[in-house]
Design a protein around this ligand. Structure first.
Ligand code: BGC
Length: 762
């Protein structure tokens, strides 16, 4: 059985390195996220954060020219009370690298056990050698629970003192020079109750404006008898100092249980936190770690994706998958933020990133998690309806470009609200979920209603012109080209959505199962017929001379940006050029038309995809981390295997090697999902269509093989590629039909091997 582990030796602890490690070694479980700060802190101001998915405050977003309808408030993820501060003193000296006569440290993430570990060997000025090991875990089985174990041992008898803090006097991070971060630093959580009694440190806080209450309880126990203990309560913090006398080589262990709860999920957060804590204490530490391990062993069983022949990439891929599990909301109340729960980049907002890049992983391996993500979109459907009304549309729903609780939070509408393709993302996720799971009940209860409202929005957004359906004044995925007419990506996704809205409506109506959706939307046959007409008449921009799909009507008319001649330090362009300069050029921040070709290949030809790839690749900066993975998938599909591999490597490395330089603000979840898509949809050539499941695998020449498992209609199909062989089998005793290189095959419980073809996968 493969071990999933990620290790890093600590080196120079400058601010950059510390902030990077805080992200890479954060602990999260989809509800609770704690940045991997050094418990004792450091001389540098870093981003010491604790977050609860979906717990936000409201902040003003003043618009200099307040035109009608511009959002002037936004939701922002809040940093709740600090629960990770523990300072260790050995004979009065603070145990931290910067005070050591000598030290070395390592950090690791055990993705099977579900915990991080930080070890520090520290030499005091007097020559005492102290070994510290801190283990931290955000429990996957008890979401409000965080466990920290601080183990210390010295080669000589020592007087140890722990100083701990539980403090809600915290701020959110900001950087006025980076549009990807909040521009002002705010203290969102205001103290309501701060108490210390019987070893229990309790803080109840409320957000300044959104009316959400959060309770945090910290409970510490120690393995050695306490020599002395003092506690101090202030209006916003509880601090403690506890001393111990340890013999030489005698272990001192601090075990901390932390519980965090909020009023969005529980009526009485404090009482709930107390109940969770009491259950955790009763279960005991070994049981808590055993539960974590069991949860992860079930996760890896079906979600692991392995590379044979390159350990570094294999480790990187496991890391990415684990981070996604840490980031994804699992309760239908929350979704998945662009940075997960690892930092404050993009202020904890949910974007299309989830549906297009991450959700396919869960749909294909953990459909329950995927369903919860759709449930979340359903909970904000009414707000999406209001959003559409607000923008002046009489019908339909428009999902907010970026949000936490359903309100549109994008301040710059040309690269925000105008990205109507967020609707296409929700529809795509719904349809993929349906095709993979066959969960018709969900479609009947919620999915069809969402699809119909999305189709209605497309219909009213567009218009017929000379017999064709046009969608004008939109922004596609490429944020360096804004407010254009007929963005190919947007139009083709609207076409696909119309197709599915009509198809599912007719199918469910026939079976008498569309009643809930009809009652909720008041949809009528005339509207369905109109959607069908728009689908058929959809204008898909194409240039005959170049044989490419045009990114939009005017794209070709602009001058081309010379990417090769642009100095390295000018990237990402968005931080160095006025938006209007960018909009005036043919230059792409990220995959746009090429993305549409990966998703909706049936609407174009192979040669158009090939020419488009070549054309847009030269104009794409990949300033967005969402880009390389899509170029990798399409390169695989077009037979450009070397490019596919190079882009895949870029994608894998973005966070572990901090190649975009901003991992300190949080992981890039979309890219992490994208690295998985590169393998499954790229190298293995997976397509999920109405007509069935298709695979066109090839093996990158640098590898010996790769393997993954797909959960299709509750059946688990294993796909192993090794050298020139593909082995396919089911875990269950039944059969599954799939198409391998377009030939129909019957897969059973017995492993069957086929010959691998090293050709372009279509
Ligand atoms: C990208 C968007 C993405 C957002 C959040 C932006 O830089 O252009 O496509 O949704 O980041 O990840």
């Amino acid at each position: 059985m493969k071990r999933h582990i990620f290790r890093k030796r600590q080196g120079k602890l400058d601010q950059k390195e510390l902030e990077l490690e805080e992200t890479l070694f954060h602990n999260a479980n989809g509800y609770l996220g704690v940045r991997g700060s050094m418990e004792e802190g450091s001389f540098h101001e870093t981003l010491r954060g604790t977050y609860l998915n979906g717990v936000y405050d409201i902040v003003d977003m003043p618009q200099a020219e307040p035109l009608y309808g511009l959002a002037n408030k936004k939701e922002t993820l809040v940093n709740i009370a600090d629960i990770q501060t523990v300072r260790l003193y050995a004979d009065g000296e603070l145990c931290t690298p910067s005070t050591a006569a000598d030290w070395h440290g390592e950090r690791s993430l055990d993705m099977d056990g579900g915990f991080t570990k930080r070890t520090l060997t520290w030499k005091s000025k007097a020559g005492k050698k102290v070994n510290v090991a801190v283990t931290r875990m955000a429990s996957f089985t008890r979401l409000p629970l965080f466990v920290l174990q601080y183990r210390v041992i010295c080669d000589q008898a020592t007087l140890f003192r722990f100083e701990t803090e539980h403090d809600c006097n915290v701020h959110n991070f900001s950087d006025p020079d980076d549009p990807r971060l909040a521009s002002v630093s705010v203290q969102h959580m205001l103290p309501q109750e701060v108490t210390y009694k019987d070893g229990l440190s309790k803080i109840v806080t409320s957000t300044a404006r959104s009316g959400i209450t959060v309770a945090t309880i910290v409970y510490d126990t120690f393995s050695l008898p306490i020599l002395s203990s003092t506690e101090k309560e202030s209006t916003a913090a509880i601090s403690r100092a506890v001393s111990f006398s340890a013999k030489s080589n005698e272990e001192l262990l601090l075990t901390r249980l932390v519980v965090c709860t909020d009023s969005r999920r529980w009526k009485d957060p404090l009482k709930t936190a107390e109940a969770f804590l009491s259950d955790a204490r009763q279960a005991g530490i070994p049981q808590l770690f055993a539960e974590q391990k069991a949860y992860l062993s079930a996760f890896w069983k079906y979600s692991s994706c392995e590379i044979e022949g390159n350990e570094i990439l294999d480790e990187g891929l496991s890391f990415n998958l684990y981070e996604l599990l840490q980031s994804v909301g699992k309760d239908g109340i929350s979704h998945l933020a662009a940075k997960g729960l690892s930092g404050e980049g993009y202020e904890g907002h949910y974007f299309w990133d989830t549906e297009m890049f991450v959700q396919p992983l869960f749909t294909l391996t953990q459909p329950k998690i995927s369903k919860n993500l759709l449930e979340y979109r359903y909970t904000i459907l009414n707000k999406a309806r209001e959003n559409a009304r607000f923008l002046g549309y009489s019908k339909g729903a428009l999902y907010p470009w970026r949000t936490i609780n359903g309100e549109e939070c994008s301040g710059f509408f040309p690269a925000g609200t105008a990205q109507y393709h967020i609707n296409g993302a929700v529809a795509y996720a719904l349809i993929l979920y349906y095709l993979v799971t066959d969960d018709i009940d969900f479609m009947q209860e919620k999915g069809l209603e969402m699809l119909l409202e999305i189709a209605r929005f497309w219909y009213e957004l567009g218009n017929f012109f000379k017999g064709q359906f046009m969608i004008n004044c939109v922004t596609g995925p490429d944020e360096y080209t804004c407010l254009v007419n007929n963005n190919y990506y947007t139009n083709v996704s609207a076409k696909y959505d119309f197709h599915w809205a009509v198809k599912l409506y007719r199918m469910l109506s026939k079976e008498g199962k569309a009643t809930a959706a009809i009652a909720a939307t008041g949809i009528c046959e005339e509207e369905i017929a109109a959607f069908e007409k728009a689908e058929q008449a959809m204008f898909l921009p194409y240039d005959k001379d170049l044989d490419i799909n045009l990114q939009d009507d005017s794209f070709l008319q602009k001058k081309q940006w010379d990417i090769k001649a642009t100095p390295k330090e000018k990237f990402p362009l968005l931080l160095h050029y006025h938006p209007l300069t960018l909009y005036n050029h043919q230059v792409c921040k990220q995959a746009d038309t090429v993305f549409a070709h990966y998703l909706y290949e049936e609407y174009t030809s192979y040669s158009t995809m090939l020419h488009s790839y070549d054309y847009y690749e030269r104009l794409t900066t990949h300033d967005s981390s969402l880009s390389p993975c899509i170029f990798s998938i399409m390169a695989s599909r077009l037979g450009l295997h070397e490019k596919a591999y190079a882009y895949f490597k870029d994608s894998i490395e973005i966070d572990i090697h901090n190649t975009h330089g901003n991992t300190k603000d949080g992981i890039h979840t979309a890219n992490m999902g994208g690295s998985y898509l590169c393998i499954v949809f790229g190298f293995a050539g997976l397509r999920i269509k109405e007509t069935g499941i298709y695979l066109y695998p090839y093996l990158p020449t640098a590898w010996k093989g790769y393997a993954f498992c797909l959960t299709l209609r509750n059946l688990h199909m294993h796909v192993h590629i090794h050298l020139d062989e593909i082995a396919l089998w089911l875990e269950e005793k039944t059969i599954q039909k799939i198409f391998l290189y377009d030939k129909e095959r019957t897969i059973t419980e017995k492993k069957i091997s086929f010959q691998l073809q090293q050709r372009s996968n279509k």
